[in-house]
Design a protein around this ligand. Sequence first.
Ligand code: FES
Ligand code: MG
Length: 579
Amino acid sequence: MSEQKPRKTPEELRSHRWYGVKDLRSFGHRSRTAQMGFGREEYAGKPVIMIINTWSDINPCHTHFKQRVEEVKRGVWQAGGFPVEMPAMTLSEPFQKPTTMLYRNLLAMETEEILRAYPADGCVLMGGCDKTTPALVMGAVSMNLPMIYMPAGPMLRGNWNGVTLGSGSDTWKYWAELRAGKITEEDWQEIEGGIARSPGHCMTMGTASTMTSATEALGLIMPGYSSIPAPDSRHAQMASLTGRRIVEMVWEDLKPSDLLTPASFDNAVTTVLALSGSTNAVVHLIAMARRSGIDLDLKRFDDLARRTPVLANLRPAGKYLMEDFYYAGGLRALLVQLGDLIDGSALTVNGRTLGENIAGAEVFNDDVILSKDKALIASDGLAVLYGNLAPGGAVIKPAAAEPHLLAHTGKAVVFKDYNDMAARVDDPALDVDENSVLVLQSAGPLGAPGMPEWGQLPLPKKLLEKGVRDMVRISDARMSGTSYGACVLHVTPESHVGGPLALVREGDLIELDVAARKLNLLVSEAELAQRRAAWVQPPSKFTRGYGVLYAAHIQQADVGCDFDFLETDHVEPERQADA
Ligand code: FES
Ligand code: MG
């Protein structure tokens, strides 16, 4: 595709309208660029590369971005471009409340508008912490300028007295141990100090590793680079190479619309499945695809899951961490193992096909990256459930659940919202046993709001003390990619808008049958109709600002939780640069 396009001339650059024309406005742009210390020869006729940097003092996953952005700039200069660093809102998974998901679309909008409003010819997107990846990609795809994603890279393995610790997964694990009295408060404090010990995003196969790997498989990251640990010197080299390559991409006019196809999204979904990646990827990849004009739906995930083995032995599904994955050959080696499940003809940012990029990649540790005949899980790493409790679908990661729960009927214990759950779940008087089904309402895109990662409902303390470690849990929330358990997530439509989840009452029987892809509330249609008639929608939680916009336009999880007006049928012609 790219080779058929003529190379751009300097006069055809978008930035030419700011810097190159002879008028009053461009005088202003040039004199103000001079004010910043640049002579004309330093930028005239060069591609302007907007480096969108989500660095922040409160994002621990991006602490190295102050240095990395200098390395990206170095590459841009070397290739004859003009780098412009542009800070953008960070989405810091641990700190931003109520959830970063509430703000994913805001960062996507900011990204798109930065690129639209300023003289960008191409961009490098610097992110990695969970929602930053889909947000930056969604915004840039909507502007459709040449782009490369520069992933933060995973942090190093955690360590506690010689025990390897993984982000998230071990937090949940040792929190449960602490609550069950199996470790001391002192142990818990030592774990706090050792679980996150370098820059970089979570190093388990959580949302961050899942989304950067998926984005590489989509062709939007230079090959092999999503696996490099953040502090590795090769990560710095990757940054400058990314800077060099984006300049060429501008001349080649190689845009997201040249790269993103149904086949490339199938590659991304297959990659997520082979990694046993985060369920969050379902929401994000659907949104990213719809921004690209591709109608990726839930059913496609289920179809691809039926044929895709889990080949990455990474936590939480397996044993190892991203640092081990990199030393074992990284994503390229994993994609080679997938063989014909990957469409090698898909074009990528380096101008080559995915097949060319992964050719010859070797596995150096076959206990970390498995071959198909030794798969961690043969297939069905993810399942999409339908039924009268989830007419629009729900998802579960069967591999993260205790197998006996995958076909289970139990009595509902219903929490009407998060606070209700927090107040009652540990109450010794709660009528619950290991066969109960824990139901959380009002945790969806509008109800919570922001569809937080509350889907791994805590187990009642009295059951934990009895040794119970998993139960069926159902909600319209999401779940952290580092979590585990028999958690049915993303129930659509959500309870806040009157989905059947809102109608569940204490003691109702719920039937989960993962093999049959079923999720049913065993209550008669007549009774449900009565409950529906009596149901009153809770008031909106927003009275001002971004929340009002969010509430008016957010869509449900099955279509990716994007704002309706940001989807591809809302195309606008480019505004005048100097209007
Ligand atoms: Fe940033 Fe997990 S906290 S990726
Ligand atoms: Mg997370």
